[in-house]
Design a protein around this ligand. Structure first.
Ligand code: 15L
Length: 272
């Protein structure tokens, strides 16, 4: 169910990564805000529903991405690799792919992008620290590094070409928090929708970065200074605390995944 007053705000909105976990969830939700929802992925997108337009494209293919952005008002860019992977996949989908996307936005006159960044841009901060969007990046792997690149790339495209971006450092967006770490990092699907719609519709966003989290009692991230986006989370991980603490009563404090915010991502070594 759409969480905002679901008036049509866009003629044509592009959702990349539409076949992924969050893409599938947003596919139904974003339709309420756009006359036409253009969906892209390299994985199967199934059949188009009314008002949907399927447009598969490889992000590393500059010509395909240029065509993909033809005629769109705004982009929600979830496409690319969303976990730690070997360097070549990250390089193609997240580094070359992000460059192709911004070049296409520039050439096609697209003025706003919502970029799915990740909490793994700052995953090597400790769980006893509270990080703000103004603190330096501390990526916890190649994936986090590629998202840091996307954040810098989008800042450059704003500074030089005026293309606005909201970078969403998404925490853990699942139907429910799955472990004790997610008591801090959880972002409900309804809050994800609120965050994306706020990022798409705030009058002026320039280049902004915001952490994508629900209103969790345990918090490692400080979104102070992002109020101009107008995101107000309505959900919280708190109702799940009892069951998650009971399932994991003892934490190994020598484990880097317990010490650092990135959790298991900080342990994934290079792929050989
Ligand atoms: C991410 O960036 C991943 O895309 C997602 O699969 C989760 O693992 C999430 O981070 C997380 O930190 O829980």
């Amino acid at each position: 169910m759409p969480t905002h007053s679901s008036s049509i705000r866009f003629q044509r909105l592009l959702l990349t990564g539409a076949a992924g976990g969050l893409g599938r969830e947003l596919r139904t939700r974003l339709k309420a805000y756009s006359q036409v929802l253009r969906l892209s992925d390299i994985a199967d997108l199934g059949a188009p529903a009314q008002g949907e337009e399927l447009h598969p494209a490889r992000l590393e293919d500059a010509d395909a991405v240029l065509e993909l952005l033809n005629g769109v008002d705004a982009v929600v860019h979830l496409g690319g690799v969303s976990t730690e992977q070997p360097w070549d996949s990250i390089l193609q989908a997240n580094i070359v792919g992000a460059y192709n996307l911004y070049e296409a936005a520039r050439k096609q006159g697209v003025r706003r992008v919502v970029f799915a960044s990740s909490n793994h841009v700052t995953g090597f901060y400790r769980q006893d620290q509270v990080v703000s969007v103004r603190d330096p990046a501390r990526p916890d792997g190649l994936y986090g590094l590629s998202k840091a690149f996307g954040e810098d790339l989008s800042r450059f495209y704003f500074d030089r070409y005026g293309i606005e971006t909201v970078c969403l450092r998404i925490g853990s967006s699942f139907p429910e928090p799955r472990n004790r770490r997610m008591l801090a990092t959880w972002l409900s699907y309804d809050d994800l929708e609120r965050l994306i719609i706020a990022s798409l519709t705030a009058p002026v966003v320039g280049h902004s970065i915001i952490y994508g989290m629900s209103d969790n009692t345990t918090a490692w991230w400080d979104n102070n200074g992002t109020q101009h986006i107008g995101y107000r989370p309505q959900d919280t991980s708190e109702p799940y605390r009892g069951q998650l603490e009971a399932a994991e009563p003892l934490l190994d404090h020598g484990d880097p995944a317990v010490i650092f915010q990135g959790g298991p991502f900080v342990r994934t070594g290079p792929f050989e």
